[in-house]
Write a new protein. Structure first.
Length: 200
C-alpha cells in the first residue's frame, strides 16, 4: 500500500468499526508500522478540524474512532431520537460515578455510599455496557465492578487518570466523610426524573 493510499484506507476502516480501533490493530491489517498509522491518524484529525467538518477523529479508550462534533449534537439528536431523550436517570449517573471513582467496588459498597439499594441500577449499567464484573472481594466473596472501555469512550476519556478531580465538587465549609455521597460529583438529571428508595 502506497503512502497516498494509507489515509483513505484508514478512513474506510474507521467508518465500519463499532469501538475505537488501536494503532497496532490498524497497522497490522493495513500492513504498515504503528508509527506510520499514528502519524496518518493525527494528520487526518487535524485536517478535519481545519476544514470545519461535521465529524472529528478522536483518540479515546486506547483507540481511534469517528465522532460527530459537539456543535452539531442537536441536529444528530433530532435525527436519531426524534426529540426523545435517552438519558440515564440521576440514580444511574450517581451509581456510575461511585463505581468510576471507587473501582473495583461491590454493590453493597456502592449502596452504602449512596444510602439506597442500587441492585436495579447496577443491572441497568451492566446491560448498557458501562460497567462490568471485575472478580470477587477476597474477604466476602462479593462480586466487584469496574467501568468499561465503552464508559471511557462515551465520556471521551483516554483512561481513568483523566477523570476530573473530586475536590471542586466537595463542600468547602465542612469535612466530608470518606463514604459520604458528597464525595461523588453531582450530575443533573432531567427535570421530571426522581429517585426512589429502591431503583429499577
Amino acid at each position: 500500500m502506497s503512502d497516498s493510499d494509507l489515509k483513505p484506507a484508514l478512513e474506510a476502516v474507521l467508518m465500519v468499526v463499532d469501538e475505537p480501533a488501536t494503532e497496532q490493530h490498524l497497522a497490522r491489517v493495513l500492513d504498515r508500522t504503528p508509527l506510520e498509522v499514528a502519524d496518518a491518524l493525527r494528520e487526518l484529525a487535524a485536517e478535519y478540524t481545519a476544514q470545519g467538518r461535521g465529524f472529528e477523529l478522536r483518540q479515546v479508550a486506547g483507540g481511534w474512532r469517528f465522532y460527530t462534533r459537539p456543535a452539531h449534537a442537536a441536529a444528530v439528536e433530532a435525527f436519531l431520537l426524534d426529540g426523545q431523550q435517552a438519558r440515564l436517570t440521576r440514580a444511574a449517573l450517581e451509581t456510575l460515578a461511585v463505581v468510576a471513582y471507587r473501582q473495583p467496588v461491590s454493590r453493597s459498597r456502592v449502596s452504602a455510599v449512596r444510602g439506597v439499594n442500587c441492585d436495579g441500577v447496577m443491572r441497568t449499567l451492566l446491560q448498557r455496557g458501562l460497567v462490568e464484573e471485575a472478580g470477587a472481594e477476597p474477604e466476602t466473596g462479593a462480586i466487584l465492578y469496574r467501568t468499561t472501555n465503552y464508559f471511557l469512550e462515551r465520556m471521551g476519556l483516554r483512561g481513568l487518570d483523566e477523570l476530573p478531580e473530586l475536590a471542586p465538587f466537595l463542600p468547602e465549609a465542612e469535612a466530608v466523610e470518606p463514604d459520604s455521597l458528597e464525595g461523588v460529583p453531582s450530575f443533573e438529571p432531567d427535570a421530571d426524573e426522581t429517585e426512589k428508595t429502591t431503583e429499577v
